[in-house]
Design a protein around this ligand. Structure first.
Ligand SMILES: Nc1ncnc2c1ncn2[C@@H]1O[C@H](COP(=O)(O)OP(=O)(O)OP(=O)(O)O)[C@@H](O)[C@H]1O
Length: 234
């Protein structure tokens, strides 16, 4: 599903005559298989978000390739990447990243509008997904009128709306209390086991790492694999 080969990345900071290179990722090789939950752990500043941003196409690597569903996404133009993202990948963020001036319904509907789905079909799909995440009755609520856990569920609904087979999540439980976190993790497991969605989750949290089939650790720009618990059929 995802094949990362010889991926390296450095940031360049400073002005013209005083440029400085900050190497962050160094020759990363990683395969993520369909149906897996993979967690990425590592100390603060180890490059976890950089790796996820590269996988999301939000920036281009210094070198190396990232294949997702058979497509080398590092070669795509910005416009093609946006289209590919909308059709293949869902995102969940720590800070939910909902649009505050839009209702739960409108936040979840947005990706469907962007891919040109008609109004009637959008309505059916949004109501179906909001029900799936346990938010029926909350369609007209604005993010500020929802609890953190409910906002995260709107975020999950938005990630699921285009039926992606891959979800990338950056510290998804960082803003949740422990009870809400457990609910969230159960839901991720269910989406993985029943709907077959593959997850790549960046986390500091041992409980999140525990639901993963595999945990990889970033250390000094390199990846190390930690205890494998293989139950996924490939
Ligand atoms: N846009 C940027 N320009 C320059 N340096 C950057 C940029 N983004 C990240 N970095 C540097 O890259 C390194 C890795 O950052 P990254 O955010 O990927 O780490 P992280 O493991 O996700 O950290 P955290 O757990 O604290 O979120 C850090 O040293 C950071 O300062």
């Amino acid at each position: 599903m995802i094949t990362i080969k010889n991926l390296s990345h450095e940031f360049i900071i400073g002005k013209k005559n005083n440029k400085q290179k900050i190497p962050v990722l160094n020759d990363i090789n990683l395969s993520i298989y369909e149906g897996e939950i993979v967690s990425i752990v590592g100390k603060s500043g180890s490059g976890k978000s950089t790796l996820l941003n590269l996988m999301s196409g939000f920036m281009k690597p210094t070198s190396g390739t990232i294949e997702i569903n058979g497509m080398d996404v590092t070669k795509l133009t910005e416009a093609k990447w946006s289209e590919f993202r909308l059709n293949h990948i869902g995102f969940i963020f720590q800070s939910f990243q909902l649009i505050p001036t839009m209702t739960a319904f409108a936040n979840v509907e947005l990706p469907l509008k962007m891919v040109g789905v008609g109004e009637h079909a959008r309505k059916i799909r949004v109501l179906e997904v909001l029900e799936k995440v346990g938010l029926n009755g909350f369609e007209e609520f604005y993010p500020s009128e929802l609890s953190g856990g409910q906002q995260q569920r709107v975020g999950i609904a938005r990630a699921l709306i285009t039926k992606p087979n891959l979800i990338l999540a950056d510290e998804p439980t960082g803003s949740l209390d422990s009870e809400t976190e457990q609910e969230f993790l159960q839901f991720i497991k269910q989406l993985n086991e029943i709907d077959g969605i593959t997850f790549v989750i960046i986390t500091h949290d041992q409980d999140v790492a525990r639901i993963a089939h595999r945990t990889v650790q970033l250390k000094h720009g390199r990846l190390e694999e930690r205890g494998e618990l293989y139950e996924v059929s490939r």
